[in-house]
Write a protein that binds this ligand. Structure first.
Ligand SMILES: [Zn+2]
Length: 450
């Protein structure tokens, strides 16, 4: 089919080619076959059906939906319409009211946090959320944790200072109280020696919940083998030892199996919006150079950055309500080159080599497993195409976390900060090669190829 589309495009029948392509776009998550639209679902020959809610296909493996506890009031619906700056009429209001009449449940708590979040983002606070401390009862159970994922390399330079993210899960029955309330900090500890470079827990971590934090590490002065562990240190001096031990080679000089990222220093971005505009310009240049026609934007939210690049973009996000709202908004604004779908970036419902480019803006750091997202991006991009990772926060900001970051973390969203070297390693692990990179203040922007 892609041959037919290419042939139609070559004949200049772009519209027809585009229409044929749209119809062939979504694939079954179970068997990979092309899905067909049938009333309010996309159906597969294998028997699997995926609902289409408010004109947005829900191509997710595990989710449930239910009626929201309290529907939006007329005034609140008006607030939503006003927030999106589209024409306020009865039909639009009815569509938004229907969107927020449903809520969505996921197996993973941070996915659920990402979902049902649009109203908060629009500052429509419908119910006062109890603070985590009000929910938590420290001192009533067993405090325990496990290392779920870490970014410590197998080799470190002797005496070197680095920072590596560690993802922990509260495996106990007691909330791990945040440091500011007299709770815990995360640290590395060598078998011989004290813990150092403590990263205070910025929020209380409830049982079952995971959090990733960058932790500073100083390698021993002597070359040889080192045994590293991850510990939680309480404000009162108690130390909680994680079970995992990492064996690390301490060497004179580290030979990386990947190319280090050496981003050019771009203009200092004034704010979030200006930073995005810089990222959009970089992607636009890459789109023009590659004569790209069809892109995928991962975690686009309701404002896809790639919507004005003159090509067709498929925009996906895990947040069902946001995708449904975006569908209404972009229809109203008269866009015919954007498609919205609710998808899991770890299981994209597309055939291999479908897109000329894949872009993501300020989103990769929200995923618990960014490498798997990058691997999926690499799978669906065409040979000769590119993957754009834009506006990712870098550094080590968890010593004095920004109040906004803490607020988002409190809500349960995954807010992570990786170092530039951690990004370089992740790109390598995903089989992607950086061809250009730029750093504006702490915001990293990288164009990658397979
Ligand atoms: Zn199927």
């Amino acid at each position: 089919m892609s041959n037919l589309v290419t042939w139609l495009d070559r004949l200049g029948l772009e519209t027809l080619g585009s229409r044929v392509w749209r119809g062939q776009l979504f694939r079954c998550l179970e068997c990979g076959a092309v899905l067909r639209r049938a009333e309010n679902s996309l159906r597969c020959g294998c028997g699997k059906a995926y609902p289409v809610i408010a004109e947005v296909p829900m191509l997710l493996p595990n989710f449930r939906s239910s009626q929201a506890a309290a529907p939006l009031t007329e005034a609140e619906v008006g607030q939503v319409v006003a927030a999106f700056g589209i024409k306020d009429d009865a039909a639009t209001r009815a569509r938004f009211a229907a969107i927020f009449a449903q809520t969505y449940q996921f197996d993973e708590s941070f996915l659920e946090a990402e979902n049902n979040y649009l109203l908060q983002r629009l500052a429509i606070n419908r119910e006062a959320r109890p603070t985590v401390e009000a929910l938590a009862e420290p001192g009533t159970g067993v405090a325990a944790f496990a290392v779920v994922r870490h970014y410590v390399p197998e080799t470190l330079a002797r005496g070197g200072g680095t920072s590596h993210n560690v993802r922990i899960r509260n495996t106990g029955t007691e909330p791990l109280l945040r440091f500011a309330r007299g709770g815990w900090s995360l640290a590395f500890r060598w078998a011989e020696g004290p813990e150092a470079g403590l990263t205070p827990l910025p929020v209380t971590v409830l049982p079952g919940r995971e959090i990733s934090l960058p932790v500073r590490l100083t390698a021993p002065e002597a070359a040889g083998k080192g045994e590293l562990r991850v510990v939680l240190v309480h404000a009162d001096g108690r130390v909680l030892d994680g079970a995992e031990r990492f064996s690390i080679a301490i060497v004179e000089k580290v030979q990386r199996p990947y190319r280090a990222l050496d981003p050019i220093r771009g203009p200092l971005a004034a704010d979030y919006d200006e930073d995005h505009r810089i990222g959009i310009r970089l992607v636009e240049r890459a789109v023009n150079l590659a004569h790209a026609r069809r892109g995928l934007e991962i975690a686009s939210s309701s404002s896809p950055a790639t919507c004005n690049l003159g090509c067709l973009t498929v925009n996906i996000d895990i947040d069902a309500q946001t995708m449904q709202a975006a569908q209404v908004v972009f229809e109203k604004r008269g866009y015919s080159n954007v498609i919205f779908a609710c998808c899991d970036a770890l299981r994209l419902p597309f055939a291999a080599e479908t897109f000329d480019f894949v872009a993501t803006f300020a989103a990769l750091h929200h995923f618990a497993d960014p490498v798997s997202v990058l691997r999926e991006a690499a799978r669906v991009v065409k040979p000769g195409g590119f993957v754009a990772v834009m506006c990712e926060p870098t550094g080590h900001e968890f010593e004095r976390p920004h109040p906004q970051i803490v607020e988002v973390l409190e809500h349960g969203v995954n807010e992570q900060i990786f170092s530039i070297d951690e990004y370089a390693r992740m790109f390598h692990a995903a089989g992607l090669r950086p061809t250009s990179s730029q750093l504006d203040d702490d915001s990293l922007k990288v164009i990658l190829r397979r």
